[in-house]
Design a protein around this ligand. Structure first.
Ligand SMILES: [Zn+2]
Length: 222
């Protein structure tokens, strides 16, 4: 069976167009065997055809992206399924991600870590995302971390990062010109995108992934 699952992944990697065919063929049982918690996805309202798109990077997932602060025993985080809710800043648009809030509403307090190993694909300021960093995982998932208060290192595009490596700190940057802060409570906006035959950035709901990684929180003790 293991062989069959690997074959499936290879197909996905080498032929993005196969995704269309896979959507028809992969059973829920097949997804479960690949380690995907199908029930969590279904509760989050993700259709089977979409769940298949998470397969390519599923084995890359290691850590929950918000980490505990060393000054606090057992930092807790909150997030809700706000997929495609309306947002107004920057014109009418919908929420392509998931927001993670810490118990303390303080910018620069909680470390943000990479959920996967990968390569820094994009870094710098975006009017909506503020200070953001985007990591491409080995399986091809693009993990987008936004509103950071600062970066943990002088990352450059092309740099490799490890799963669990500190990328920066949870903050409240964005919604304006470079350096804008305080337009909303501090939180981490997390987005996941994959390449499909039709779109370079096909957005996936990160909520079920975050639920899956909830108990894989990293805590920093110095
Ligand atoms: Zn958001």
């Amino acid at each position: 069976m293991r062989k069959w699952i690997c074959g499936l992944c290879v197909l996905l990697v080498f032929n993005a167009q196969a995704a269309g065919g896979l959507r028809e063929r992969v059973s829920l049982e097949g997804l479960r065997k690949a380690g995907i918690p199908v029930e969590i996805f279904q509760e989050a309202g993700v259709e089977k055809e979409e769940i298949v798109l998470y397969l390519s990077f599923w084995k890359d997932l290691v850590y929950f992206p918000a980490a505990g602060n060393y000054r606090e025993a057992g930092s807790r985080f909150f997030f809700e399924n706000s997929w495609l809710e309306e947002r107004n800043f920057g014109g009418n648009r919908v929420h392509e991600g998931c927001d993670i809030f810490g118990e303390k509403s303080v910018s620069g307090f909680y470390p943000v870590v990479s959920m996967t190993a990968g390569v820094v694909e994009k870094i710098g300021w975006l009017p909506l995302g503020g200070w953001r960093i985007g990591i491409r995982s080995p399986g091809g998932g693009y993990f987008y971390y936004a509103h950071l208060s600062s970066y943990a290192a002088d990352f450059q595009e092309g740099d490799s990062v490890e799963a669990g490596e500190m990328l920066g700190f949870l903050g409240d940057t964005g919604y304006g010109e470079k350096g804008t802060t305080g337009q909303f409570p501090p939180h981490l906006h997390m987005g996941i995108y994959v390449r499909t035959e039709k779109r370079e950035e096909y957005p996936l709901n990160p909520y079920p992934v975050l639920e899956f990684l909830q108990d894989k929180q990293k805590n920093f003790f110095y």
